[in-house]
Structures are given as structure tokens and as C-alpha cells.
Design a binder for this molecule. Structure first.
Ligand code: HEM
Length: 449
């Protein structure tokens, strides 16, 4: 029955896991591996990682202090900025203070509710085109979801520029992302970021491709005659506040930021939701019926609102498999979290993966139950115990975009096809930055009559 489905998660031992395990084997490649049961019960963890003191607050009140009440004291860590600099420079995701505020104000205009709602037809169009050639048989829905969300970001924000969606571009971009996680240990040890492996080398080439292509694109927009889209509006707004060279650099940083932050995260959310539904055929049929009805009233801005069941399913899916399972901060001044002293320079790691499955916060936390997100069931829940999109002033600027996009893709795909698990396929988790299924997500497809 639906209520008792416990989808897979990595093994948990009883005791604390040694820090060195984070740098070798599976734990190095998959950030949700290697947690002990204890991490899902304790209110606060403190670890020492290569000389850094790392706090992991697991009480919603402490998380709220970091992300909202005392947010100014918690900046993006210098380590993270160094790791991300070759790809996204000082864009919105990796800047702080005045520079962050200025950029957030500029891009926020493109993510207001009316701006996002106007994109629903783009979401439907891409989802329909993706599914139009599908026949009965096995399909890697992770790959399909990534291709669709990449196309959507390119269509919605970059006027569908082919340089960002060709097979070559997709391969370079996937390599660029993989290269970021490869350099993690070098950054922690304060070593120069020279590629030392094939994956690192490919990552560097991917990063160079992405930056070069986006620089061309931004310069063309500045020269005039370009479509009035996200990039054009951004470069002109930046140009009003910054000298030309700096404005171009920041526009490229943000184009890369949105291109990368804006597609794989949603693709993972769609993939995990499809997997969870494939294991629960009755619930899938119910969601498909709602999708068929919602689509039959036409493609309009209110389409996502007509999918309340699917929304609950996606919310539960993001609880169990948060696309961003962790994100970090660095303390600027002393503070106190849950009775623990925080010193300047301490790292604070916020872990949706742990909070969303914490024994003190949820009943049966590892069990799938979408009714947790029914309106009446939400009452009394602390808003910082469920944070797939973060929280406070730095909450995901694309949250509404992602939800509308994910719901629309799922509705179109579920209305046309039935998704079933592939016999013999074992679902495993992967990802050092986002949470993906290892080796993709092959599912069996059949057409819905
Ligand atoms: C299911 C999909 C998504 C998830 C789970 C997700 C999750 C997150 C999280 C947790 C943060 C906060 C990180 C932190 O506080 O350090 C964040 C920030 C951000 N996200 Fe998303 N995101 C998603 C989709 C998107 C999309 C579609 C876009 C753009 C179109 C986007 C763009 C960004 C940007 C630019 C930031 C940085 C905001 C800032 O620092 O002011 N995200 N996202």
C-alpha cells in the first residue's frame, strides 16, 4: 500500500563515521553516504574536517537562526567560492553582502509570479516534444528529464540559443559539473586547482567551453538587436551599475549560475518523483487522471494550480530526495547555535537530507507519504524543518519556476505514459553536489490509452 512504501536510502551504521571516509570510496562521490543513525537523532553535530570546525544544526530553530534571524553573520564559505569560481565566478549563488543584494534585485524581476506563470506554455511545449517520440519500452527518465530542463532553461532565459543545447554543449556542461566535485579535496587542502584526473581535465575543458560560449552570448546582447530576454535585461541592468568589463563578467557569472543551478536540480526532482510513482501504480494512476483533467482545460498560467495531488507528491519527493541535500555557510562573528559556541571562521553545514529524515521531526521519516503535505497536515510543522529550496533571504530564487516546471513536465508525461520499475534494476543514490540516481533511472514505459 502507498503509505508503507520505504524507498531506498544508503545503509546507516550505529556509531559516528570517521571523517576520512568522506574522502575515499563511495562517500567521496555520494555525499549522502556514510551517515550513521545517530545523525538522524541528535540535535546538533560538530565535526572536525581537515582543521575546519563544522557545525551541522539539526534543530529547525538553529537552522532558522543561520538562514534567517542572523543570516548576515553566515556568508557563503570562502572554500565554496574558490571551488565554484572557475564556473560561476561571483554570481548570485557565490557572492555576499552588497554585491549579492544588487544582483538578487536585478534577477528577481525575471522570477516574479507573473513572469514564471507566463512560462507555463514553454514548459508544456518542451515536455510534449520530449515525449512525442517515446515508444513502449525502457527509457532512462533521468536523461530525459535533464535534456528537457536544459532545453527549458535555454528557451525560457536564453531565447533557445542552440549553443547551449547541442549534444556537445550538454556533454561539456555535465563534465563541468563533475569537475567541480572532483576539485573538492584540492580546495579543502588549499592546493592549486590544477586538474589531476581525467574527470578533472574534462571538467576544466567543459568550464572553458561554457564560459567562452556565455561570454560570446553576453557580448552579442550588449551590442544590441538581441531578443528581450533574461540575459539581455540582466546585462543592461548590470551595465547601469558597474563598469563595462565588470558588468560583462558578472553577466557571464550569472548566466552560468542560472544555467547550471536551474536545470539539474529540477531534473532530479522530476526523476525521483517518477521513480516513486513507478513503485506505487495506484497513486500514479490517480495523479495521471488529475493531470489529464488539468491539461484538458487548456495550457494556461494556472495549470500548476490544477495539480494539487501531484504537488503533494513532488513535495514528498523533495523531502525524501532533496535535489540539494546540503549547503554551507561560514560564520563571520561569534554566535551560539543550539547551546554550542560558533567561532568566526567555523563552517555551518545545513543538511536537508538529515533534517528531512530526522527522527525528532517526522513520523516514519523514511516512508513515502504524500499526505504529509496536505494543507491540514502541514499545520504545526516548523517551517525550517523542510527546506528543499533553502530559506531566508537566500532562498532559491528559482523555487516557483522549479515547482511550476516540474509539475508541468510530470503532468504532460504522466498523462501520456505509464511508468513501471525495471525488474532487476537496483536504485542507488549518487552525486557530490546534487542528489541523482547512480547510473540514471531506467523505467519501463507504456502508453496510457
Ligand atoms: C527542484 C529544483 C531546485 C531546488 C531543490 C533548488 C534548491 C536551492 C537551494 C537549497 C538554494 C539555497 C542554497 C543556499 O542557501 O546556499 C538555491 C539557491 C538558488 N537557486 Fe535553486 N533550486 C532549484 C531550482 C532552481 C531553478 C530552476 C533556478 C533558476 C532558474 C535556481 C536558481 C537558484 C539560484 C540563482 C540560487 C542562489 C540564490 C541566492 O543566493 O540568492 N534554482 N536553490
Amino acid at each position: 500500500m502507498t503509505r508503507h512504501f520505504v524507498p531506498p536510502f544508503p545503509d546507516r551504521g550505529p556509531g559516528p563515521v570517521p571523517v576520512w571516509r568522506g574522502f575515499v570510496g563511495e562517500r567521496a562521490r555520494t555525499l549522502v553516504y556514510g551517515w550513521s543513525e545517530r545523525a538522524f537523532r541528535e540535535p546538533h553535530l560538530i565535526r572536525n574536517v581537515l582543521g575546519y570546525r563544522v557545525h551541522i544544526p539539526l534543530e529547525p530553530e538553529s537552522v532558522q537562526r543561520v538562514l534567517l534571524d542572523n543570516a548576515a553573520n553566515y556568508e557563503k564559505p570562502k572554500l565554496v567560492k574558490r571551488l565554484l569560481a572557475p564556473v560561476i565566478g561571483s554570481g548570485l549563488l557565490s557572492s555576499d553582502g552588497g554585491l549579492w543584494r544588487e544582483q538578487r534585485r536585478i534577477v528577481a524581476a525575471s522570477f516574479t509570479p507573473p513572469a514564471v506563470d507566463a512560462l507555463v506554455p514553454v514548459f508544456v511545449d518542451v515536455a510534449e516534444r520530449a515525449a512525442s517520440g517515446w515508444t513502449q519500452g525502457t527509457r532512462d527518465v533521468a536523461r530525459e528529464a535533464t535534456a528537457a530542463t536544459m532545453r527549458i532553461i535555454s528557451d525560457a532565459l536564453f531565447s533557445g540559443d542552440e549553443r547551449l543545447t547541442s549534444d556537445e554543449a550538454m556533454a561539456h556542461i555535465a563534465a563541468a559539473l563533475a569537475g567541480v566535485s572532483e576539485a573538492r579535496l584540492q580546495v579543502l587542502l588549499n592546493l592549486p586547482m590544477i586538474p589531476v584526473s581525467v574527470r578533472g581535465y574534462r571538467g576544466r575543458r567543459g568550464q572553458i567551453y561554457l564560459r567562452r560560449t556565455l561570454t560570446e552570448l553576453v557580448r552579442e546582447r550588449l551590442a544590441g538587436g538581441a531578443p528581450d530576454d533574461f540575459v539581455t535585461r540582466m546585462i543592461h541592468a548590470l551595465r547601469e551599475r558597474f563598469p563595462a568589463d565588470e558588468a560583462i563578467e558578472l553577466a557571464v557569472d550569472n548566466a552560468a549560475t542560472f544555467y547550471l543551478a536551474g536545470h539539474e536540480t529540477t531534473a532530479n526532482a522530476v526523476t525521483w518523483a517518477l521513480y516513486l510513482l513507478s513503485e506505487q501504480p495506484e497513486l500514479q494512476d490517480k495523479a495521471a487522471r488529475q493531470a489529464i483533467e488539468a491539461l484538458s482545460s487548456g495550457v494556461d498560467a494556472a495549470l500548476p494550480e490544477r495539480l494539487p495531488l501531484l504537488r503533494m507528491i513532488v513535495e514528498e519527493s523533495l523531502r525524501l530526495y532533496p535535489s540539494a541535500p546540503r549547503f554551507d555557510r561560514e560564520a563571520v562573528a561569534p554566535d551560539c547555535l543550539g547551546g554550542h559556541d560558533v567561532r568566526p571562521g567555523d563552517l555551518v553545514s545545513v543538511w536537508p537530507w538529515l533534517l528531512h529524515r530526522h527522527r525528532q521531526l517526522w513520523d516514519d521519516p523514511d516512508t513515502f507519504d504524500h499526505t504529509r503535505f496536505a494543507p491540514e497536515a502541514r499545520k504545526g510543522r516548523h517551517r525550517f524543518q523542510y527546506i528543499p529550496f533553502g530559506g531566508g533571504p537566500r532562498m532559491c530564487v528559482g523555487a516557483r519556476f522549479a515547482m511550476a516546471e516540474g509539475l508541468t513536465i510530470l503532468a504532460v508525461w504522466l498523462a501520456r505514459h505509464r511508468f513501471s520499475p525495471l525488474p532487476g534494476h537496483r536504485v542507488q543514490l549518487s552525486g557530490a553536489v546534487t542528489l541523482r540516481p547512480a547510473g540514471g533511472m531506467p523505467l519501463a514505459l507504456s502508453r496510457r490509452e
